[in-house]
Design a protein around this ligand. Structure first.
Ligand code: COA
Length: 159
């Protein structure tokens, strides 16, 4: 089997509906669906947020949404289609977004992940994120979250 080749680009308004469906299936499964198309469309248009999509050919393979503040960036959503997992795509999207943060002088990334999402927690740990807080009932009072943080300053090397 040949390895998939992915290209990354910024999302367009026309992508919002498919990203919302991916969010419902891969991220919000079992919770009330909050990341619907209009909300994602607003993120695509927002000047403080980057919505990144990954394509294999014309097929959407993954996406990520990061909001940038003055000193902190927050990873709101990240998903890779199951057909393309464990091929480095999640890492590649996070690397891209972190590089963008560094270039903007932002060195701290935070995120929340469902406490029961052990695969997601392992993924973020593999990328250098630390678990810093348990947020009880964070998801609609029904499920806990784990806040994770990545200090990008410790990874900076000169070249
Ligand atoms: C979590 C997710 C984004 C990972 O994407 P991916 O493209 O499969 O991850 P990668 O192939 O880039 O893996 C990067 C590293 O994380 C590790 N990893 C990825 N998924 C893992 C899992 N389920 N369990 C343990 N480790 C995992 C990989 O082994 C790899 O480690 P290495 O580089 O040390 O070998 C993907 O599984 C997904 O979309 N899950 C559903 C949505 C979700 O949980 N999103 C995150 C919370 S919002």
């Amino acid at each position: 089997m040949t390895a998939a080749t992915f290209t990354l680009r910024l999302a367009r308004p026309a992508d919002a509906s498919l990203l919302a469906t991916m969010s419902r299936e891969f991220i919000e499964d079992g919770l009330r669906w909050t990341w619907r198309a209009p909300r994602i469309a607003r993120q695509i248009e927002s000047s403080d947020t980057v919505v990144l999509v990954a394509l294999e050919g014309r097929r959407l393979a993954g996406f990520a949404i990061m909001s940038y503040g003055d000193t902190n960036a927050h990873l709101n959503l990240l998903a890779v289609d199951p057909a393309y997992r464990m091929q480095g795509l999640g890492r590649r999207m996070v690397d891209w977004l972190e590089k963008t943060a560094r270039n903007a002088g932002i060195f701290r990334i935070t995120l929340e992940v469902r406490a029961q999402n052990f695969g997601g927690r392992c993924f973020y740990k593999a990328l250098g994120y630390r678990e810093v807080l348990l947020l009880r009932g964070y998801y609609q009072g029904a499920e806990d979250a784990v806040r994770m943080r990545h200090n990008l300053r410790v990874d900076v090397t000169s070249s």
